[in-house]
Design a protein around this ligand. Sequence first.
Ligand code: AMP
Length: 584
Amino acid sequence: MLFSDIADTFARLESTSSRLEMTSILADFFKGLRPADLRDIIYLSQGKLHPDFYPVELGMADKMVLRAISTASGNPDAKVEELWTRIGDTGTVAEELISKKKQMSLFSTPLTLERVVSDLTKIERSEGKNSQENKVKTLTGMLHDSTATEARYICRIVSGRMRVGASAMTILDALAQCFADKESRPEIERAFNVTCDMGLIGERLAENGMDGIRDVTVHVGNPIKVMLAERLPSLPEVLERMGGRCAMEYKYDGMRVQAHIGGNSVTLYSRRLENLTNNFPDICEALRSNLKGKEAIIEGECVATDPDTGAMLPFQMVTHRRRKHDMGSAVKSIPVRIFMFDILYLDGKDMTNLPYPERRKVLSETFELDDAVGMSEMGIIENDTQAEEFFESAIAAKCEGIMAKSLSESSVYRAGSRGFLWIKYKKDYHEALTDTFDLAVIGAFYGMGKRAGRYGALLMAVYDQDSGEFCSVCKLGTGFDDAFLDALPTMLDKYKCDEKPGYIRTGLDPDVWFEPNVVLEVAGADLTLSPNHKAAFGWAKEDAGIGIRFPRFTGRVRDDKSADMSTTVSEIYDMYEMQFSDGL
Ligand code: AMP
């Protein structure tokens, strides 16, 4: 298959901001593709060769990519760099220079998908002394044979900055439209949520239609999208929503991990599918040796503890384990304990379809408990007094609050979904401010006065789970110290976009747009209606969305969350409504 057909499709996707149009472009394109090709194309559309959780990234340094562009287009390094400094995107630089070159060159072989995948694999695997040279050489070869549009996407893929605007939700819609029907969409989404592998799902659907994905199930080594909690503003409302009786667990202030324990190896994934195995060698070893069965997938919260007293320490302490070097001394100076709260798989059995009480029972019988491996504290709550007492004991133990969990027959583990089977209630809901929000940075405004020459304010967004879009809720300029303002370009500029991405909704026009990647915790005075902000637009009032008044950065960068784990549109709408209830 010719790569130019694929690159042209990416260009069409990029040129529209309508999700419906993207879906139909993709659905038309998917029709008749070889299943294995479809799998590769899905990964490439996300800038990858593998599913998200694959441990190796393609990411070539921009300087290396520029060298390849320079040789392939016959332009001096200085000219290419100058253009790149102006434009800021290797893909557009390559496109511009290759398009000029193409008018002169006749001797090139059209690129095929097979060649692109094989060359990208070479780049990915290149190691050792001459690896940088070899990568540049392989990329130069591809660029030599590519059209201007192909060059744009190849450079973005190798730079780790591919973006065509089609979110996972849009690809799922397109797969349903092409290989099944609307009614099958939830089943396709479930298969994706338990495998986190859209390429695999596409390939299976292309091979066998819906029959191809019916046997897709959880297995060790393949992370599962995590289940998330809704929130309510008071404990009585939590209990009422749960039907007057529920389980409550401590809500630990640590790092969530999903542990895949199989044979002699243990892999830990963060909630955004990063591989955390090397950060917690002690937890891996403890889980492996304490497991009574052979294979399991469990979830728990890793919490740092005081080496002298064993008391739980705040979240910031466990993030020190994210370092790469000298893990041996970190293991000693920052001991960590895992508090397990769920089991998703045990010895050949998918546990996700069992109700919570059964999963909890299996979990408690499956591990030996010790200083490194514990169970989350849990109580059955039947009235408001018990709820208040449980919450107070959680706070006294230095937890963030409680997680209420449904005990009903339908309390299965809902991979990838946020719902009322779990409800969180945190300490900050007790305080004057409404709550904190985890918001994605989608844009920046240049600073003035004391902030001249730096970013002065950021445009922040919530996530729309249904459409895959990011909708602005505030312009954030408070709570930044000088060190943070100085660090912003390093944190954000790699996600800079030339234009507003099609999946961003806002009435504001920042100086710089970013692909949503960085998540910050933001506190606010309250929620108001605003014509400029597009979250829940038109829900509470025609022509207005919901915005956060007096937003303030709390100082916490949520690097444990990916952009699609930001506060959602429906959460912000519920919180807006709650302001008018008795709860706040
Ligand atoms: P939030 O990050 O505020 O959306 O809260 C959800 C997070 O709380 C989960 O992703 C877990 O990391 C964490 N958590 C802490 N304790 C528990 C628990 N007992 N059950 C479930 N999640 C928990």
